[in-house]
Write a protein that binds this ligand. Sequence first.
Ligand code: NAP
Length: 246
Amino acid sequence: MRQFGLIGYPLGHSFSKGYFTEKFDREGIDAVYNNYPMASVQEVPALLLTNPLLEGFNITIPHKETIIPFLHSANEVVKTIGACNCIRIRDGKLQGFNTDVIGFELSLKKYLKKEHDKALVFGTGGASKAVQYVLSKLGIEFIIASRKVEGNGATINYESLSEDLLRSSTLWINTTPVGMHPNEDAILPLNYDAIGARHYLYDLVYNPAETRFLKEGKQRGAAIENGYDMLIIQAEESWRIWNSIE
Ligand SMILES: NC(=O)c1ccc[n+]([C@@H]2O[C@H](COP(=O)([O-])OP(=O)(O)OC[C@H]3O[C@@H](n4cnc5c(N)ncnc54)[C@H](OP(=O)(O)O)[C@@H]3O)[C@@H](O)[C@H]2O)c1
């Protein structure tokens, strides 16, 4: 039986194990996907020793960045954004990939129009790096909002987001966990009245399917998208990588 899995901490409510177990069952694939919760990434060598048949694994919070020194090779995306969420093991060597990038790009394109040429990215964590990579690739200008900075610049604090900027930036992307279950009442401190029908609000959170952030957009006629398709696409991309011969 082929073996795959996920490292991270904690892993209680991870999506991937359920997704792959159901996929293997549905498609008659003789494989298993296990959760390997580990508080420290230093436990990876022991994991590999005790699971010599492991062909690949995903990496989630908090190890997407700290896993990088363990890689024998990394693709361009991993090198550029400094985050890896998928490893393929070939001849005992760990090859690093980032499937959040393709997941975000393909799901974003669903409602993306030419008029969405200026974006606001909320949050500066690992997911934000994947989002920034895609926006740069697509030639979409963006400003990042963070709680950690003072005033204006390429990264700006929430208090400095003027109504003009919120109106003219027609693509808003939430990469923070704000509004995620069980804190569904939480919402980023923004002037939502600046949203119009030309806006596109994308929330990487997928549980609940409609966060308060997305509801604010929907009720003003904006296009909205949650993180569910991104999640499915990045999982399928992992599967493609683990099976590809290149
Ligand atoms: N759909 C998918 O496939 C997918 C993939 C990856 C991640 N995600 C989701 O994306 C979210 C972020 O993931 P991540 O890995 O980037 O997490 P992370 O590394 O912990 O970063 C989250 C960022 O959000 C900001 N933030 C955190 N708490 C906040 C608060 N209370 N108010 C305002 N900003 C806050 C922080 O930026 P500042 O400190 O600069 O403000 C932080 O850097 C999670 O909800 C995750 O589930 C979804």
